[in-house]
Design a protein around this ligand. Sequence first.
Ligand code: CDP
Ligand code: MG
Length: 722
Amino acid sequence: MGGRRQRIDLGDDEASNKKQKADDDNAEAEAQTHNPWTGLPYSQKYYSILKKRFTLPVYQFKQELLKKVMANQCVVVEGETGSGKTTQIPQFLLEAGLASQGETCIACTQPRRVAATSIAARVADEMDVQLGQEVGYTIRFEDVSDPNRTVLKFVTDGMLLREAMHDSLLSRYSAIVLDECHERTLATDVIMGLLMEILPKRTKGSKHGELKVVVMSATLDAKKFQEYFNDAPLMKVPGRTFPVEVFFTAKAERNYVEAAVRTTLHIHQCEEPGDILVFLTGEAEIEQACEEIRKTAGSMARDHGELVVYPLYSSLPPEAQRKIFSAAPKAQVAGGPPGRKVVVSTNIAETSLTIDGIVYVVDPGFSKQKVYNPRIRVESLLVSPISRASARQRSGRAGRTRPGKCFRLYTEQSFHKDLQETTYPEILRSKMSNVVLTLKKLGIDDLVHFDFMDPPAPETLMRALELLNYLGALDDEGEMTELGYQMSELPLDPQLAKLILVSPDYGCSAEIVTIVAMLSVPQIFLRPREQAKAADEAKAQFTHADSDHLTLLRAFNEYNMVPERERKNWCWENFISERAMISANNVRNQIIGIMKRLDLAYVSSDIKGDGSFSSMDIRKALTAGMFMQVAYRQRSGEYLTVKDNQNVAIHPSSVVNNRQDWVIFEEFALTTKNFIRTVTSTNVDWLVELAPHYFDLENFPKCEAKGELEKAYLRMSKMCKR
Ligand code: CDP
Ligand code: MG
């Protein structure tokens, strides 16, 4: 087997020939009747997409790109969003013969899961192959690829990093396309550092052959990337964009969701035909806005045409995600006003996914961004103002097919004064524990001298090392322990990984793996606004008063006891997301697979076999894994996190009310207030028994909790003496 190899003309450098060459290539491609990958005749659909592909700006640069790639190990590509980088460039590399089935493969990284899955599906269509065969994708807990067939794989940047843990030279890959580099996600930054180590070991003639790297981005600081990759050449793909008129509001908007809805309806009423893209920050906001737009749109249809509204966010089921690409509705009556499509999306539509036909953009100026405070060890997603670079990207979405308009829901003064020019790279805003564990596993011990494009703050690295040391993953010298190796095998946060590893000691690994799986999937309990009361009543059936974790466990166990064909109905009646449940089952099976490999015992506290469990054993295991996330209720009734002394409140969605003195928590959410989320009651005696190295009173800040811990130590020493 093997792909269609194309002649690459290395001799001719003249740009004037570019168009002619591209046309020749296209004619050659159109003349092909059989798919070289499958041996089957091409479908009609293939040819119709092919026509569209030829019109993408990047096509004119195919020969130039391939020439640069052949002559260099690393090439930087900068091109306007929608110019065809992501969908076409990996295919160019394939056509140039860079991958060979069953031997080597091309990877294209994406920061977002949705982008990886949706682009893989698109490219499979373009190549006229079945998704999961020649073209596939790998995201955490989901691998749709075939090692013997797949030649092009879209992967999240985090997954590629994980692969490097087992294959430190990434020897399976002949080329890696690092996409969306301007986003500077944590994983992309780490991969870049790794590639700096790998590239000299994967030159021409090396054992695994040469590794090619293509670094791509919409608006990147190309110079910085070129320099970082040892003066790699740059290829610039000019975009084909139309002018976009930008409007600002005269006054600051108090409620940007409401303002976005109002603006959208206004556009529908007053502006020429053309689709609308609205940027909001997350699922709840997006669903709310969609609902409100729909409510009013109905009554406008007769005079102004039909308005269809599609949400777009990462936890949306794939079928629903695909809908954003469907065409706008036609006029309802002949000669009547044409319909319009509105997509209400998170940042994903900023550069990762291009939706054709957008003429109007509504930009409230916010997105959810990670923030990390190393002092209190809290990483959170916060709705924050976007950067000016993002604002420009967003407005650019309006000028893809014809001149467009962008409505910024903030003042011009605010744009210049309040917004930063660019967003800080994520590595400067993240906790590093996961990355440090990964790097240690990769054998990179000297983190201080690792070639990060922007090195993280020393305090952040220290915090990460400290956490891993408390969890027992690193010893006091900073060397990886056996436990650390095992933790790094699990694609989970170090704390959850530790939880899985200790769970057999408490006789409840079967239950803990369920809880961890349930924590790894989107929202299980649904709570539609208009049916909040009914939803709360449904959830109450599963409630375990001491613990959100045990409530999740109960819901899972009950779901699994329902016969398969009745599950859909059962979920519907109980306000449970069936999709999240299916995913939890899948995640659970995968973790169990890894546990088997690690030789961890699968034991259940359900001795009767009726879905019951030992609440105490499980809570104790949870405490053994999560002892660094504890809060204590003071006499005033308020909770304070232990050691970091942050005032927190238990989130209203928690089943744990404020009666418990000691709680462990999964998440610290910064919103209007400091909330802790997914909470379980614990016991001070367990804390001193399970984590004396952490609750070491000599280095403990003064607080009410300290007195209780002292008493607990005293009780323990008396017990020991007896
Ligand atoms: O990566 P870049 O932003 O340069 O562009 P791309 O993602 O490769 O998309 C190029 C074009 O492919 C878009 O303008 C769309 O017309 C088309 N496309 C599509 O129709 N459906 C998709 N799921 C993805 C891309
Ligand atoms: Mg792209």
